[in-house]
Design a binder for this molecule. Structure first.
Ligand code: HEC
Ligand code: HEC
Length: 477
């Protein structure tokens, strides 16, 4: 039998067929268990905003069962009790996931994040009251940095082993045998590896920057993680912004320095910063969020308003603030230079024209490529719709409440606590001092780079009575 006749033999053909069947079987098995996508479609746009996927799970999702047991095994790595709630996540009674966390099947169930983790505001009327959640607002509580740091800390911990994690999972879930093997030998080690890699490759710049604290992020993920631009060592700390009422903001710039002139690009780029990639970004899901944001109204002040006093405040607003802050104001929705407004320059410097140029080319060839990024020399003067709920104020969240916004900058609090969600009606903002705020909140130090509370002294020369009337009027916006 020469070497060619073997390949024509029945034995060889049988072997070939069996091998192909086996390859196809294992291929299908691994595809099914690791890549098959089943994405939940929520009929209600609010549920979609709170729990719907924006395309983060495939590239950056944490396997669900690992995500569930991490806070149990590594409770000592969290700032307090309550699992992910200790990181400021808002969790509705009876729901499987906190607001802003998605659970979708990519092979196995995986946990991603979406817009609602950062863009939901929690408000309590007293320390013992249940929170009320306002969607499309800016969180003052959720700690995006706390969340990634917790995941990295778990991955570094010697207790992050297949044996420990499987033990914790099996204590609460009777996992099918095949999945147990997959988790033990493949998924748990791969998750640890991926987390350590993410820390090293995407977040290497973070230890050098000041802590963000709750309700803030940094502009660096945009530039270092998404675009891989070299580190310029600039501090980009920035407060989350409210994103409601967007139809009324149609012709205005977006973001605190006005870095984009379109809502659509602001929405899509946010998904990338949250972990979606060019291939995973879910444009239809984001279009749905965007359409909903256009008509989401800013929430009304839920406590009493002294209407007579507010009426006295209206002309003061018209005279002192409206040009920059009223709908239709000559400068509303435009950038006011740092030279004029005088607030902390770091956030503005953290988005140079070179980053805008890079982002405008970054997705060329994709139907959703970006074209409207720009840099500026200052900060956006936004309409003040729902301003009662947007504290702490300014682009870096450096002024705890409206009363302090109207003080000369030198008289504002140098240290305060943010992240405590009990509302302060007298000052318009959240309670930012006292034992409970210190216990639950983050110590915000205005002397840290990027945290300055200087500038924007408009209205600080008004009489006490005029300030009180202006504050009452601001509650009506
Ligand atoms: C990790 C927290 C975080 C997540 C998640 C997040 N955002 Fe934001 N968002 C921010 C911060 C911080 C800003 C302000 C940034 C700045 O300084 O410009 C912002 C600003 C915005 C703005 C600009 C507001 C305006 O009109 O000027 C829009 C729009 C926006 N986000 C939409 C979204 C959408 C849509 C998602 C989900 C796809 C999302 N964001 C996810 C933190 C977040
Ligand atoms: C010359 C234009 C201008 C005038 C006049 C002006 N502001 Fe502003 N305002 C700005 C700019 C620009 C910002 C953003 C600054 C920053 O974040 O660093 C801002 C920010 C704010 C914020 C913070 C909003 C947020 O969501 O954090 C409040 C509150 C505010 N202004 C209130 C007022 C009041 C009240 C008056 C009138 C007494 C007033 N402003 C007058 C330009 C102006």
């Amino acid at each position: 039998m020469n070497q060619f006749s073997y390949f024509r033999s029945h034995r060889f053909r049988r072997l070939l067929v069996v091998s192909l069947v086996l390859i196809a079987f294992f291929g299908a098995f691994f595809w099914y268990k690791l890549f098959r996508k089943v994405i939940t479609v929520y009929a209600d746009p609010v549920e979609h905003f709170k729990y719907g996927s924006i395309g983060v799970e495939a590239p950056a999702g944490i396997p669900y069962w690992i995500w569930v047991v991490l806070p149990r095994i590594f409770a000592d790595r969290l700032p307090g009790p309550g699992g992910y709630v200790a990181l400021g996540a808002s969790w509705e009674m009876g729901k499987e996931m906190p607001i802003g966390f998605t659970k979708e099947i990519v092979g196995i169930p995986r946990v991603g994040v979406n817009c609602a983790g950062c863009h939901t505001t929690s408000v309590r009327t007293g320390p013992n009251e249940a929170p009320q959640f306002y969607f499309g607002g800016a969180t003052s509580r959720f700690q995006p940095q706390g969340y990634v740091r917790f995941l990295f800390a778990c991955a570094h911990d010697d207790r992050f082993t297949s044996a420990n994690i499987m033990k914790a999972i099996l204590a609460i879930y009777d996992m099918p045998m095949v999945d147990r093997a997959l988790y033990r030998f493949l998924i748990i080690p791969a998750t640890k590896r991926e987390l350590l890699k993410t820390e090293k490759v995407d977040y290497y710049w973070m230890p050098e920057r000041p802590d963000w604290g709750p309700g803030r992020t940094d502009m660096n993920p945009f530039q270092r993680e998404v675009m891989r631009l070299p580190d310029d060592h600039v501090v980009g700390s920035t407060d989350v912004m409210a994103i409601w009422n967007e139809r009324a903001h149609e012709n205005m710039l977006h973001h605190s320095d006005g870095l984009n002139s379109t809502l659509t690009e602001s929405v899509r780029s946010a998904a990338l910063a949250a972990g979606a990639t060019k291939s995973s970004i879910d444009i239809p899901a984001l279009d749905r969020v965007e359409a909903w944001l256009r008509d989401l109204s800013a929430p009304k002040y839920p406590f009493g308003i002294d209407q007579a006093l507010a009426a006295k405040g209206q002309p003061i607003f018209a005279q002192r603030c409206a040009a920059c802050h009223a709908f239709g104001g000559a400068r509303t929705g435009t950038v006011v230079s740092i030279a004029e407004v005088g607030t902390d320059p770091n956030r503005n410097k953290s988005w140079p024209q070179s980053s805008a140029d890079a982002f405008n080319k970054w997705a060329d060839g994709y139907p959703w490529a970006f074209h409207h990024f720009r840099s500026s020399d200052g900060y956006l003067s936004l309409p003040l719709d729902g301003v009662w709920l947007r504290a702490p104020y300014l682009h870096n969240g450096s002024v705890p409440n409206m009363r302090e916004m109207l003080l000369p900058p030198g008289e504002r609090s140098k240290i305060f606590y943010r992240g405590y969600d009990v509302y302060d009606q007298a000052n318009i903002g959240f309670v930012s001092a006292g034992a409970q705020a210190e216990l639950e909140g983050f110590r915000y130090d205005t002397s840290v780079v990027g945290n300055s509370n200087q500038g924007h002294s408009y209205g600080s020369d008004l009489s006490a009575a005029d300030k009180q009337a202006l504050m009452e009027y601001l509650k009506t916006l």
